[in-house]
Design a protein around this ligand. Structure first.
Ligand code: AVW
Length: 287
């Protein structure tokens, strides 16, 4: 065997080895990509399915606790109608009107004078209403209860629902969750009647904010033909300096229809706290 033959043979072997390594690298890359893509698609399908289970589960729980509503509401129909508002759409292009069919798909009649609005008092107000019948927030109604604290969106042309990487409240105006809360809040205010209330935070210099949902959506949608008065319960701690006389409430009065009477009452935080820990105390002794 000549030197050339040996050298050509080892060249061929090296070339084959290189080829094998190349094929192995390509195969590995394709496998990794397929696994990542598969997991991503599965993750998306899972997050939509998880959200459906949460919403339908909450719906069934609520209807069990409010059996008079179970004949007139269908949890699966509500879920399907909800999805139609945002699935396949750009997550920054879902206007509040997209939820009109959802609002129509939910049937619930709230008695006059039970509506309680809130702003910057979410945890306290819900701890207060949870074991009481006298007042009801949007999140104590079926519609609000279903979607409280949830996040959802889709993508242009997609059939999926995502629950992560969705726009945050202030990221863009027409995002799925913000538009939902604006529409649901507008509806809660529109159907309000009698003497309605709002729980505001006396620890803030300006408890009323004209840009909050309460200030920009709910106050504006109260119908003077149905609503007689709005009473603000200003929950104040001993060290707070804000009172019903604070200038913040001038903006509230000017935002309110002049045919709706306005009242404001300072309520000690300790009293609300006492009522939260003892649901036996009548509502009239709390606020
Ligand atoms: P809030 P609202 N950025 O305590 O008067 C992020 O101000 O607005 O009360 N999240 C926001 C923003 C924001 N700028 N604004 C509002 N949110 C979300 C429904 C966030 O989830 C009921 F009927 C925050 O925890 C009440 O009467 C929540 O909205 C009324 O709307 C409350 O913000 C309360 O809305």
């Amino acid at each position: 065997m000549s030197y050339e033959d040996v050298s050509a043979g080892s060249h061929r072997k090296r070339r084959n080895r290189c080829l094998l390594i190349g094929v192995a690298v390509v195969l590995l890359t394709v496998t990794v990509l397929a696994v990542v893509l598969g997991l991503t698609l599965e993750g998306a399908a899972n997050s939509g399915e998880k959200l459906r289970k949460i919403v339908v589960g909450r719906c069934e729980t609520y209807l069990k606790q409010h059996s008079n509503l179970s004949r007139v509401n269908n949890c699966e129909t509500i879920w399907e109608t909800f999805q139609q508002a945002y699935v396949g759409k750009d997550p920054c292009d879902v206007p509040p009107e997209a939820y009109d069919p959802l609002i129509k798909s939910v049937t619930q009649h709230v008695a006059c004078s039970k509506m309680l609005f809130w702003s910057k008092t979410k945890t306290m107000v819900h701890a207060f209403t949870v074991n009481r019948e006298c007042l009801l927030t949007l999140e104590d109604t079926l519609l609000g209860f279903l979607f409280d604290e949830l996040t959802w969106c889709s993508k242009t042309g997609s059939k999926e629902t995502f629950t992560t990487d969705c726009p945050a409240w202030g990221d863009c105006e027409n995002n799925p969750a913000r538009s939902f809360w604006i529409k649901a809040s507008a509806n809660f205010a529109t159907v309000s009647c009698g003497n309605v209330s709002a729980m505001l935070n006396g620890s803030l210099e300006s408890p009323f904010s004209s840009t909050s949902v309460f200030g920009s959506v709910e106050v504006k949608n109260l119908d003077p033909d149905k609503v007689d008065s709005l009473t603000v319960f200003l929950v104040t701690r001993e060290t707070d300096t804000t009172t019903c006389a604070s200038s913040s409430f001038q903006s509230l009065k000017s935002a309110l229809d002049p045919n709706i009477a306005y009242n404001c009452k300072e309520v000690p935080y300790a009293r609300v706290e006492g009522c939260i820990s003892d649901p036996g105390i009548p509502c009239s002794d709390c606020l």
